[in-house]
Structure formats: structure tokens, C-alpha cells
Design a protein around this ligand. Sequence first.
Ligand SMILES: [Zn+2]
Length: 200
Amino acid sequence: MSQSEHPLSATHHTKFGKRLRNINDREHIPSRWLETPIEQFIRAHNFDEPVKAAKSPQLLIVSCIEYRFRPEVPAKFAYVMRTAGGKISQLPGAEFALSYILANGVRHIALVGHNDCGMTKVHEFKPKLVAALIEQGWDPAHAGVFIEDNAERFAMDDEIDSLEREFNRLKALFKNVEIAPLFISLSSTRLHIPKWYFTE
Ligand SMILES: [Zn+2]
């Protein structure tokens, strides 16, 4: 199968292709990310240059729980926060973890979105989510209300728009960290940059 036919290639998908910039060369990395842990993270994914362990934590990686994506970092490099859809600002108390990470010296965040996210299908998936909780012994009425109450918070229409909203929420909460919005195409391990980043 050629890459152009791959169903999980974001860059060859009409929904995403024109909205992402490739990073094929160091020149494609925004200058403010050069010589930072964000550049190291991008190089590991796109240039096959593994990151080396560090003496102190360098980066916070925020992403979806998605099992088809794994950040290419060694132990002793990054904190990783993962939640459905990558919207950590929607998690009550997430700022507490952030304060811990910041207190340990981290000043760079890689916010990684991805294509084919299950959170774009939450509403049709709700009955299965309720059933999963009932199977674990939850009261059916409570399970139904819980899923209904939380679905909207984690649901998204569009993965790239959702990444932009999360980027803006995190930027408003934490004004002195560098946040890099990145987008992974599940057909490969390559990171891309959403074009909206260059027009902000
Ligand atoms: Zn996802």
C-alpha cells in the first residue's frame, strides 16, 4: 500500500492535509523551538535521532490516551500527561500536576494531537461507555448520568481545531512556558505543525 492510500495518513487526508505543515528539515522547525527540548523531541520523531536521557526533566508531553501513538522519548527526559483527546485542561486538578512539573524546572510543553481520534465519535459511542461501567458494577442510572455529564467535555468535532483550543487554554493558564502544538499522523511516527500556529 502506498502512503497516499494509507487510511490513517493525516497528510494525505482531505480533512487534514492542507491544514498541516511537514517538518522534513531543521529549517521547518520554528526558530523559537530550536535548541530546546521541543527540537529534540521533533528530531526523534522526524529525523530518527533518538533523544538522550537528561540529568533533569526537560519537557512535558501532553497527548491523547491513543494506543497507536507512543512518544519517542527515553526514561529521564519528559513528563507525560495523557487523557482522552489530550485535553488535560479539562481534567479537574490538572494544574496541580502542572505546578509540580513546573516546580521541577520544565519550561517546554509538546502538545500532541492526532488524526482518527476516538473522541470525535464519543456521542455515538455513549451507549458502549455506559455499558462498560455497568459491567463493572455501576448503578445503571448513575453510569448514564456520569457519561452524559462528561461526554461533552471530552468530545471533539475536529482534531486540529480541538488542538488549537487546548493550546489557547494552556497558554492562558501558563504564560511563561513554551508550548508547541504538534500533530501526529497515525500512519507514521512523524510530527507536523498545524498551519493555524503560524497565523496566531
Ligand atoms: Zn485520541
